[in-house]
Design a protein around this ligand. Sequence first.
Ligand code: ADP
Length: 240
Amino acid sequence: MTTTIEVSHVKKSYGKKVVLADINLNIKKGEIHGLIGPSGSGKTTLVKMIVGMNETDTGSIHVLSKQVPNLLLLQKIGYMAQSDALYTELTGLENLKFFAALYKLNKKEQKERIAYTTNLVNLTSELKEKVSNYSGGMKRRLSLAIGLIQDPEIIILDEPTVGIDPELRQSIWRELYRLKEEGKTIIITTHVMSEAERCDVISMIRDGGILEQGSPASLKEKYNADNFDDVFLKAGRKQT
Ligand code: ADP
């Protein structure tokens, strides 16, 4: 399988605080890759560098064989940030249209993609309301729709299902599996172990590095654990 994302010896500090010490990752086309780790371990910092929003201190990142940052990649990477970047004085529909226009979708594509993404996140009936009236969960759903609007090859979702009810979470995961079958590459950050278990490959981030990597089944076997909380605890203990 071809490599879609390659992170090579990446280091990032804020002031004196080393957040990521030496990160190496190789993510294949069609893979759902989970970045898991405690809050503050650097998951958001890492995905922002992959998207090209944050600079690395040292090391390099290549996406689709292009060194990041690269304007040509913007169209190809869909990003759902942890904190919602929405225009709250506009309606949900106006937000979607704004981003669809930014990605230069024509009128027909805009209509189709807005229908598809809003149906996926179950927001169709609230589209004409102002975002300032949305609940936290609705804003997350709108952010996810925006992250998928340009039909990107690579989908990066930072804690996507926080504040989303279990039924919708199931349908979002069903859709992620379908997108994977289409050959999309997906990165998802989470600190929820049940979400991590749904990924093809997991990288556990801790103390600035990747503590463990593998499929959920292989990691459970390695640590002789029934569930993922246990894997995480045992992997953490191994280190200390
Ligand atoms: P996670 O996504 O795993 O919760 P983050 O990547 O958000 O972790 O944060 C990792 C660490 O980097 C935290 O200690 C956070 O306070 C720090 N950090 C993140 N962004 C900045 C920034 N812009 N300036 C200073 N410190 C930051």
